[in-house]
Design a protein around this ligand. Structure first.
Ligand code: SF4
Length: 354
């Protein structure tokens, strides 16, 4: 066993995390846990994991659910394309006889299953010798072995993949991957690694060269763009109940398939008067319920405002909707049924202020 792995295992004996999906070889459970954990920290992810397992106990149950139901359960995790891919991949599995593939190449052909997830399922569910190369793997190995090749280049990916093939414990691939994940997530962390009490410190190149926080290296920094969202929340009475309007987000932009109130977007900040004029509304009709709410997505910052506008009836709501979003179809929804719709976290926060 390499000194790296020996030290890592000693650390793992003392510090392994007790996670619910560690007790299972069920490939569906492993798959779910990995997809959820790509989105969130363990504490929050555990609740989602249990919710998914209990609502969709099998791949077949997930495959037959509606996309809306899956998105609703995923609500709050962000990156909704992952939930849609998971759902489509479950349908692919059912179309192929209902068994989750047991080899890497076939797993990779499932919608949304990339190198990392395929390797994790292979190692955790089937005991196959694949290293799950995630951010933890990049960080820990780049630091320990002193690798300065940028991780987001073809050369870097090749180099770290080869390193994974060399390091993987062929007798215990699951244990190796779990130890790497736990060590990276709790000890050799991005900003505050615990180097002074680290059992790998004596051989760690980054520590010797005082380069810990410089590694791993990334070639590109992704530019973050800012978008300005102005939500207009119509309110009208119909059959004795207060209603509003939602529409389903189209493909090709953020939050595909989720529902939001009518949205007017600007490239620059805009005042309530400017918004009112643009959507053909009297400025005094707009009641501000949120102003410059900042919402951070991976590559975008959204600055959102929201306005309530009281209207006479459904016809008026439809006309307003047509002026704001002529290319979409409105859903007229009673306020007491809003919870049946999957909405982005930002919209959930706005609804809490209604
Ligand atoms: S010494 Fe620091 S940088 Fe090196 S492996 Fe340990 S925690 Fe990570």
């Amino acid at each position: 066993m390499m000194p790296f792995t020996a030290h890592l295992y000693k650390w793992y004996e003392l510090h392994a995390r007790n996670l619910p999906w560690r007790d299972t070889c069920n490939p569906y459970h492993v798959w779910l846990s990995e997809v959820i954990l790509q989105q969130t920290q363990v504490a929050q992810g555990t609740a989602y994991y249990h919710r998914f397992i209990s609502r969709f106990p099998t791949v077949a149950a997930l495959a037959t659910a509606s996309e809306d139901e899956v998105l609703k359960l995923w609500q709050g995790l962000g990156y909704y394309s992952r939930a849609r891919n998971l759902h489509k991949a479950a349908q692919q599995v059912m179309g192929q006889g209902g068994q989750i593939p047991t080899d890497y190449a076939a797993l990779r052909r499932l919608q949304g299953v990339g190198d990392y997830t395929a390797a994790a399922i292979c190692a955790f569910a089937f005991g196959l010798p694949y290293a799950a190369i995630d951010g933890n793997f990049y960080r820990v190995t780049a630091r320990y072995f002193g690798i300065h090749t940028p991780i987001d280049t073809t050369e870097g990916r090749k180099q770290f993949k080869a390193l994974g093939e060399m390091l993987i414990d062929r007798k215990a691939p699951a244990r190796f991957n779990q130890a790497m994940m736990d060590f990276g997530a709790t000890w050799c962390t991005p900003r505050q690694p615990r180097c002074t009490e680290c059992p790998l410190a004596a051989e760690c190149c980054a520590r010797a060269e005082n380069q810990v926080l410089q590694l791993p290296v990334k070639a590109k920094r992704t530019a973050v763009t800012t978008r300005y969202f102005h939500y207009i929340i119509p309110v009208f009475e119909s059959e004795g109940r207060a209603h509003t309007v939602l529409y389903g987000r189209p493909a090709g932009d953020i939050w595909t398939g989720l529902f939001t109130p009518p949205l007017y977007e600007t490239a620059e900040p805009a005042t309530a008067d400017e918004v009112a004029e643009a959507i053909g509304c009297d400025a005094t009709a707009l009641v501000a319920i949120a102003c410059n709410l900042r919402h951070q997505l991976t590559h975008r910052t959204i600055i959102a405002s929201a306005y309530r506008v009281h209207l006479a009836d459904r016809t008026a709501a439809q006309a307003l909707f047509q002026r704001i979003s002529p290319q979409h179809s409105p859903n007229f929804v009673p306020f007491d049924s809003l919870e049946n719709f999957a909405v982005p976290r930002l919209v959930e926060k706005i609804f809490e202020r209604l």
